[in-house]
Design a protein around this ligand. Structure first.
Ligand SMILES: [Zn+2]
Length: 318
């Protein structure tokens, strides 16, 4: 009895000690795309320059999926989601990305709330996404729910998808409900998890992807051998002249604590725009536009009617 009283808090701390993200493997095709952008950017500074000062407005939908109406079981209140939205826009400010939050939905469904992202049978995940998803392939859908397995989040990387394909409907991000600003996940409660995960949705990799000689295929991200835990200033896992710079522990695509993370590099901002143009700007939409029960009147069938490249315009419905 005494032993369990001592052990439980220790286990709780251990479980939250390291950020855990589901996007550990990058699809081969996407990695090749990243390498081709890297080579093109190295050949001509003009290529990166041409997208450097763009503003990208991203149609965004938040979905809360809980097993009941308590915060502990996934029911995130509106004020915390508004804060999450604000924080994402602050974090992405240097990149030119602006998230235009169109709608928030709340759903109580024990099955959709509790499934494991590792489940081989994707029936439940597909049912949740097909019912809740809004907009075309250029629209960001984030599902906030209790993920289990110590997981903080996972997103679908961008790809060439066909309308109504399985890949189209599976697109989006799943983020741990308690990682929002003011949430209950210690050290990951300032909203940087959503920022990190959405980085994958745009096509960014981990800063430590493939180690010192692999990297994230972005030239101005310093080489890093292993994910960061906490905020260890001076960490340098790829030392020597061959690998200039310390580990990018403050980069949103590392695994550091939320309080440690505050930057994307200019190269990552360029990469976001390049990936966007290749995969998401086409705005593939489902052939049968959703007629969801929410109030959002401008969701769905937005086939080319809006220009995502327009200049800075912060227009959400608040
Ligand atoms: Zn990640």
């Amino acid at each position: 009895m005494r032993a369990s009283v001592v052990l439980m808090p220790l286990l709780a701390i251990a479980a939250a000690a390291q950020r855990k993200c589901g996007n550990t493997k990058v699809p081969t095709g996407l990695k090749e795309t990243a390498k081709s952008f890297q080579r093109a950017n190295a050949r001509s500074a003009w290529i990166a320059h041409s997208v450097a000062n763009k503003t990208l407005n991203v149609e965004t939908y938040f979905h809360v999926v809980a097993s009941d109406e308590t915060e502990a079981n996934g029911y995130v209140p509106e004020d915390k989601l508004k804060k999450q939205h604000e924080v994402m826009n602050e974090h992405y400010k240097s990149t030119g990305v602006v998230f235009d939050l169109k709608n928030i939905s709340w759903t109580v469904n024990a099955e959709w709330s509790a499934f494991s992202v590792d489940a081989e049978d994707k029936t439940t995940e597909m049912a949740m996404k097909k019912n809740l998803r809004k907009g075309g392939y250029a629209a960001l859908n984030i599902y906030f729910r209790p993920l289990g397995d110590g997981l903080l989040g996972i997103c679908e990387f961008p790809d060439d998808v066909a309308a109504d394909s399985k890949e189209f409907w599976m697109d989006g991000c799943q983020v741990l409900h308690s990682s929002v600003p003011g949430g209950s996940t210690k050290n990951y409660d300032l909203g940087a998890t959503a920022t990190h995960e959405v980085g994958h949705w745009f096509g960014l990799f981990h800063t430590f992807q493939d180690g010192c000689d692999g990297g994230d295929q972005v030239d101005d991200t310093p080489a890093e051998a292993s994910p960061t835990s906490g905020c260890p200033v001076g960490k340098d896992t790829c030392p020597g002249n061959k690998y200039p710079g310390l580990d990018p522990i403050k980069n949103f695509m590392d695994y550091s604590y939320d309080a440690c993370l505050d930057q994307f590099t200019p190269g990552q901002a360029t990469r976001i725009m390049q990936m966007w143009e290749k995969y998401r700007a086409k705005g593939v939409t489902p052939s049968t536009p959703d007629t969801g029960s929410d109030s959002g009147s401008d969701s769905g069938s937005d086939s080319g009617s809006t220009d995502p490249w327009k200049r800075f315009k912060l227009s959400n419905f608040y």
